[in-house]
Design a protein around this ligand. Structure first.
Ligand code: ZN
Length: 115
């Protein structure tokens, strides 16, 4: 197992890590296996948990700012990575319009051109 950096790799960025619910529980899906192979959550870390400091003028309903990191593992292929859930940063709008997603699309187009 790699050292716990609590930072996800390129394998989870740019829309590659997705998930879904069955009841009200949320499951992350393995980006390597596909077909909604569910990842185990080995551990978590609260990176931030405190008063609202991020954009408080627009976030009057939030009770606190938080970031929680998760350590993920695939039983099937051994995929091991990290992801975070937060209530700061992007909280609305279309993910495809974020700067990171635009860069990911640009990179994919360049890879396609390069063959
Ligand atoms: Zn897998």
């Amino acid at each position: 197992m790699p050292i716990k950096t609590w930072h996800g790799s390129d394998a989870v960025e740019g829309g590659k890590l997705v998930g879904s619910t069955d009841t009200d529980y949320f499951y992350f899906h393995c980006p390597t296996c596909g077909d909604s192979e569910v990842l185990r959550i080995l551990d978590f870390k609260v990176i931030k948990d405190g008063p609202v400091e991020y954009n408080p003028e627009l976030r009057k309903k939030e009770k606190r700012d938080f970031i929680i990191a998760f350590e993920l593992l695939c039983n099937n292929c051994g995929f091991h990575d990290f992801t975070k859930v937060a209530n700061i940063g992007w909280q609305g709008g279309k993910l495809k319009d974020t700067h990171v997603m635009q860069l990911a699309r640009f990179g994919a187009e360049q890879d396609k051109k390069a063959g």
